[in-house]
Design a protein around this ligand. Structure first.
Ligand code: 3HC
Length: 326
């Protein structure tokens, strides 16, 4: 359903011939950067529009769970940091919609698909933020997972996407640190605060592992995205890197990961984790998660309430054009 909606977008390239495809793959294999005006297979363009648009939607929707806590932050310092983070996420969405536009995918068309429920965004943002500790868990785990996934994207073969990621990753590291500091404050605080941090970890751990996508055996895009060096690591490889990096952090915090099967492999040193509930994952991305409807309703409401801003900006731009034309 989602990919079909993207397929309806106009396709600039007509017939592709074998020689062009071979030359393109040679460029990819030699680590060339593909730029907007370069020839590219239509399928390469489409899968980039698919991934970049979902990434952009994730940034915009991702503001909602955290935005709910800006007015409830426990101190001015926490409020200022959360405000800055939510504002950054909006900017990340802007960079990514701009990267999608270089592939002839209009921001308006992508936004319409999101609001019509025809577009995907990261499953993680369909979970509720119940306490202030959730804001810490999101920064620590969700932004931590996002960094693990986005650092390799800085080496993506498509230039505009890779360059957008460089700026995003610099800001994500602040996001992760402010989240970890919230968790550290709570975990080293009173028993009630530590219990709040543990409760948030219990609820955000498994959905954070799902952020990396389905297991490699079920990943329908990975092989081609890897051949085209859009993806540098598989879903399971990045998930494993994230688990290996995060387990010692949880131990430092004195918190327990909600996985009774977690154990360290004596040979590889990797932390082996238990079964992920892929049925839950499928339900959430099918629109049946705890907050899917709320998130879309909030996005639609914000879009409607922001119409006057878009109209004013368009009127101003039109007047500037007519002034210069006169
Ligand atoms: N949530 C929703 N859909 C997901 C998903 C998730 N966590 N993981 C996978 N999917 C979807 C894919 O989009 C694909 O569906 P489609 O064919 O309709 O597009 C299907 O499940 C099969 O998955 P694949 O593994 O085959 O898909 P990909 O090769 O695209 O890999 C991905 C999935 C790893 C998420 C990849 O798309 C990616 O790296 N995307 C860019 C990073 C991104 O979007 N991160 C999301 C979070 S952004 C964020 O956290 C912001 C931060 O500031 C908080």
């Amino acid at each position: 359903m989602y990919t079909q909606a993207l397929n309806d977008l106009p396709t600039p390239h007509n017939l592709e011939d074998a020689e062009k495809m071979a030359n393109f793959q040679t460029r990819i294999d030699s680590e060339d950067r593909i730029e907007a005006n370069d020839w590219m297979p239509e399928a390469y363009r489409r899968t980039l529009v698919r991934q970049i648009s979902q990434h952009a939607h994730s940034e915009i929707i991702g503001q909602l769970p955290e935005g709910a806590w800006i007015t409830r932050a426990p101190s001015l310092r926490r409020k200022a940091a959360l405000l800055a983070k939510v504002q950054d996420e909006c900017g990340h969405g802007l960079y990514l919609y701009a990267a999608a536009e270089t592939l002839n995918a209009s921001r308006e068309a992508l936004m319409d698909q999101l609001m019509e429920g025809k577009a995907k965004y990261s499953s993680i943002f369909n979970y509720p933020t119940m306490t202030w500790a959730d804001i810490g868990a999101i920064g620590w785990l969700v932004d931590g997972a996002a960094i693990m996934n986005q650092i390799p994207l800085c080496r993506c073969s498509y230039g505009p996407y890779a360059r957008a990621m460089i700026r995003v990753c610099k800001e994500e590291s602040f996001h992760q640190r402010q989240g970890f500091e919230i968790m550290m404050t709570l975990a080293k605080g009173s028993a009630r605060q530590k219990a709040m941090a543990q409760d948030a970890l219990n609820r955000w751990w498994w959905p954070s592992l799902m952020m990396f996508g389905p297991p490699d055996t079920d990943s329908q895009h990975s092989d081609q995205s890897t051949r085209w060096k859009i993806k540098r690591f598989s879903n399971d490889e990045l998930r494993q890197k994230f688990v290996d990096a995060t387990v010692p952090q949880a131990q430092f915090l004195g918190l327990t990961l909600p996985d009774p099967d977690l154990r360290q492999d004596e040979v590889t040193g990797n932390w082996m984790y238990g079964e992920i509930d892929w049925e839950e994952f499928k339900q959430v991305i099918a629109g049946n998660g705890p907050c899917n409807q709320d998130r879309l309703a909030s996005r639609r409401k914000a879009h409607e309430e922001g119409a006057w801003v878009r109209e004013a900006a368009a009127a101003y731009a039109a007047r500037q054009v007519s002034r210069h034309a006169a």
